[in-house]
Design a protein around this ligand. Sequence first.
Ligand SMILES: Nc1nc2c(ncn2[C@@H]2O[C@H](COP(=O)(O)OP(=O)(O)OP(=O)(O)O)[C@@H](O)[C@H]2O)c(=O)[nH]1
Ligand SMILES: [Mg+2]
Length: 321
Amino acid sequence: MLIDDVKIKAKAGRGGNGAVAFNATKMSLGPTGASGGNGGSIYFEGVSDLGTLSQFRYKKELAAQDGERGKRQFNDGSNGKDLILKVPIGTVVHNLSTAKDAEIISIGQRLLVAKGGRGGKGNYKFRSSVNTSPTEFQEGLPGEECQLHLELKLIADVGFIGLPNVGKSSLLNELTNAKSKVANYPFTTLDPNLGVYYELILADIPGLIEGASRGKGLGVKFLRHIERTKTLFHFISAESPDPKKDYQIVRNELGAYSKELLDKQEYVFLSKADLLDKNEIDEKLEKLKAIGKEAIPISIIDDKSLGFVEEILRKIIKQKY
Ligand SMILES: Nc1nc2c(ncn2[C@@H]2O[C@H](COP(=O)(O)OP(=O)(O)OP(=O)(O)O)[C@@H](O)[C@H]2O)c(=O)[nH]1
Ligand SMILES: [Mg+2]
């Protein structure tokens, strides 16, 4: 199961206390207490593997190492080790403690989520001409602590949407190297799948049904994965007795989730067109035309129709630049 929404706690390391020590072998009793090490910080680092949020399924509390306390003889404590965790690109990090949001958008990008506390100064650092045997020292500071809400919002160019069982995953597999599960029943796809078509990332998401925005079927939580796409491919099965209704059901659910989804560039496909004869197809296309939708009939067993889809994808690639 793809983990795409998780709350965790992050606690950076505490700084080590400064030491109080004196050079007992010298008459002067000079201070030698060294500083504590800094606490380790916690970072996220972007990777392309969508599965990496699953590390937080059971591990909900992250902690980086504390800094070591200062030692005698000018020996500073060592710094706590940083904790660097890999998260998928597209992860939105809501810091619930500071109410700030940040986003991992590129591979290798590092985001500091909790800074380690500073180590305290040892008494050596407090020496002065008037205070040659200071007993002061600083305590290490606590590391930052925060509650984080991580939400994966896939970074894709094109989102595949539609009712269940309309051939979304089939087309993704046809066009890309993706191996999205395909079967002749609804809700075959339970998690989003990505495929790469030249410079484009295509996202196939689970099917929507009427009431999805109220939690029916698999719900609408997957729609966040298409929030950031520029373009939607809306699939309507040629087998549908009422393609217009199918179209509207999905649009209603999109709108109930976010009006912005309705403003995206959209291509409507009448899928599985091979199952009907030409007259029947024309009839269904007419029905969609009546609501202003120029649908394009496609079939994964008809190379010519796949060629049309690829033409559209090339156009989308051009728009990118
Ligand atoms: N005849 C025909 N069957 C197709 C075509 N495309 C997909 N199918 C079949 O339709 C069924 C559903 O295909 P999927 O790709 O799993 O559909 P989906 O929209 O991803 O379904 P969910 O994941 O449940 O939302 C499968 O049995 C496919 O083999 C097509 O162009 N022609
Ligand atoms: Mg599917």
